[in-house]
Design a protein around this ligand. Sequence first.
Ligand SMILES: NC(=O)C1=CN([C@@H]2O[C@H](COP(=O)(O)OP(=O)(O)OC[C@H]3O[C@@H](n4cnc5c(N)ncnc54)[C@H](OP(=O)(O)O)[C@@H]3O)[C@@H](O)[C@H]2O)C=CC1
Ligand SMILES: C[C@H]1O[C@H](OP(=O)(O)OP(=O)(O)OC[C@H]2O[C@@H](n3cnc4c(=O)[nH]c(N)nc43)[C@H](O)[C@@H]2O)[C@@H](O)[C@@H](O)C1=O
Length: 320
Amino acid sequence: MRIYVAGHRGMVGGAILRQLQAKGDHQLITRTSAELDLTDQAAVQAFFAEEKPDQVILAAAKVGGIVANNSYPAQFIYENLMIECNVIHAAYLAGVQKLLQLGSSCIYPKMADQPMAEAALLTGPLEPTNEPYAIAKIAGIKLCESYNRQYGTDYRSVMPTNLYGPGDNFHPENSHVLPALIRRFHLAAQSGADEVVIWGSGKPRREFLHVDDMAAASLFVLGLDAEIYAANTESMLSHINVGSGSDISIRELAEMVAGITGFTGKITQDASKPDGTMRKLMDVSRLAQMGWHSSIALEDGIKGTYDWFLTLDTDELRQK
Ligand SMILES: NC(=O)C1=CN([C@@H]2O[C@H](COP(=O)(O)OP(=O)(O)OC[C@H]3O[C@@H](n4cnc5c(N)ncnc54)[C@H](OP(=O)(O)O)[C@@H]3O)[C@@H](O)[C@H]2O)C=CC1
Ligand SMILES: C[C@H]1O[C@H](OP(=O)(O)OP(=O)(O)OC[C@H]2O[C@@H](n3cnc4c(=O)[nH]c(N)nc43)[C@H](O)[C@@H]2O)[C@@H](O)[C@@H](O)C1=O
């Protein structure tokens, strides 16, 4: 079995690669973005024609936190649409029968009922800070469903909640909240600062899943028997939520990270920064009924991620 993992140097792609390597019974195909720019249609088609993978895991994307999404909307919609169109179409042309692509919980309407079930897709307006990225991710689901309906492929989609873990991006502005807070609280604890500022009101709630759980869920969904997948999904509502099933406020999260990094000063809020969606909790019952549950508790996962962060030298702080 030859499996192409697109985005293998990223946080999720890297975790998937490690789990596939540990299983050891696959031939893994990888390319960095410098070797193969997935926004380049001709290059992607040539790569697929030459490598002819049996399966594809699409974990390559333009990814970032709330401010990155708000600052670079053109890149978020263009690059993600191009990557999805090129990879999914080239996979089809090369005869790839099975593919798994990763979306995001931001596909759901800003005011979706909580927890958000798969059926909430396309039922209302999106959160404006990440609408371009969300539109691209919705297109990814619809690409898979359309190829399945017209060409009989078996292309599946998982929708991760907010992820974190080793391999995360710790950029001070462009990263997601958890790596941003780990970095900021660590630097404050080291320097003896008496205050750390977090963005927004601290009131939004987010659900976090460790990347090793996400990688395990991805391989679980990819490996599901086609009849079981079909029995638990619908042809035009085929994506599967992946989450931990519980959420926490950003303020509570900041207090947890402060405790783990040893910061004892005060935590204040910068109201000029956006809150984004007030709550994004996944309904994970579809995945649960197929037999998968997350296993890494948030505090344990953050401690492990902080230990990994401490192994990085300053130049390696992933200033993507
Ligand atoms: N992180 C999170 O909280 C969440 C992530 N997701 C989704 O999970 C998936 C993986 O995200 P994550 O691992 O965090 O992202 P990362 O930013 O860590 O990794 C993304 C990878 O995509 C590759 N890539 C980006 N653009 C291109 C391109 N033009 N051509 C080829 N490769 C490219 C990069 O390759 P290289 O390193 O070689 O440049 C990079 O390693 C994405 O689909 C994302 O939308 C969903 C919900 C939450
Ligand atoms: C995964 C997901 O990620 C993004 O959506 P988001 O959930 O809003 O992600 P976020 O992690 O950036 O913020 C979560 C909350 O945390 C608050 N917050 C506090 N302090 C910091 C801080 O220092 N950095 C960041 N980034 N946020 C902070 C911040 O104000 C917000 O209220 C989208 O890219 C979306 O497209 C997507 O898919």
